[in-house]
Design a protein around this ligand. Structure first.
Ligand code: OOG
Ligand code: MG
Length: 257
């Protein structure tokens, strides 16, 4: 039997202490189901420390991200209030192991979304959208993992910045995105890279959660997944993403020391 609580403690403490750990699958193999159970148990530990779950992030919804990490299955992870970084805020790298940043479309739900929903139903549940930056931070050494490793590690969730919430556009399926470091473009892409339409990632989120009898609550934030590969953060850098029709979101990394 997989020691769900034991693995949950390992990934949770690694995240809390910002220290790298060896891949769990080097110690023992476990199923994808077990990996999600470890993820839930690790998030439960955060909730015990009075963090609040505010939403869900989808991962590997774009080919370029999947290829960057060598994992080609859709995954999800839980977002908590402690991961929220204010738009325009300053981020201290000390709380991360080896953080990277990636541009994503964020959506907020007006009503619950559960079970097998189609794109139209998923989009109808969206109250607002915003450009977002996700800071991912695998707790595994060298940012290397298998599918079950990354899922157990809450899919590398560690921080996210959401720009101004606004009314959903008529069609979010092909919005251009430019991510800059100190004003220089480092990634250029489109929301079309996210499953052809990021709303598909939202529908997939509801479907995946239904496998464990869960669902998305009204008010939940969903990050639909990176539209481009992620870029490593470095001290002092100013990061921005501009999304067509939706505007800017950004933050600055605190200088070293
Ligand atoms: C896993 C998380 C993937 C995305 O947007 O594709 C992800 C990772 O790359 O460490 O957040
Ligand atoms: Mg992401």
């Amino acid at each position: 039997m997989t020691d769900i609580a034991g693995y949950a403690r390992i990934v949770d403490e690694a995240a809390a202490r910002a220290t790298a750990i060896p891949q769990l699958t080097r110690e023992g193999d476990f199923s994808l189901e077990d990996a999600y159970a470890i993820q839930r148990a690790s998030v439960a530990r955060r909730v015990e420390r009075s963090e609040r779950v505010v939403g869900l992030k989808m991962g590997f919804t774009s080919r370029s991200k999947a290829a960057q990490m060598g994992v080609f299955d859709l995954i999800h992870g839980r977002l908590t209030d402690a991961m929220v970084i204010e738009d325009g805020g300053i981020v201290d790298l000390g709380r991360f192991v080896h953080p990277r940043v990636e541009p994503e479309l964020a959506v907020r739900l007006a009503r619950p979304l559960k079970g097998r929903v189609g794109i139209a139903e998923a989009w109808a549940a969206v109250e607002a959208v915003a450009p977002a930056l996700e800071i991912i931070d695998s707790r595994y050494e060298a940012f290397r993992f298998s599918l079950v490793d990354v899922v157990a590690d809450n899919s590398s969730s560690s921080g996210f910045v959401v720009g101004a919430w606004q009314a959903p556009p008529a069609d979010p399926s092909n919005l251009g995105i430019v991510m800059t470091f100190d004003g220089l473009p480092v990634q250029v892409g489109s929301t079309a890279a996210v499953l052809g339409n990021p709303v598909r990632a939202l529908a997939a989120a509801a479907r995946m959660l239904a496998e464990t009898g869960e669902g998305l609550e009204a008010g939940s934030i969903v990050l639909t997944g990176a539209a481009t590969p992620a870029e490593a953060l470095r001290p002092g850098v100013s990061v921005r993403a501009e999304m067509e029709a939706l505007g800017m979101v950004g933050f600055t990394v605190a200088p070293r020391g």
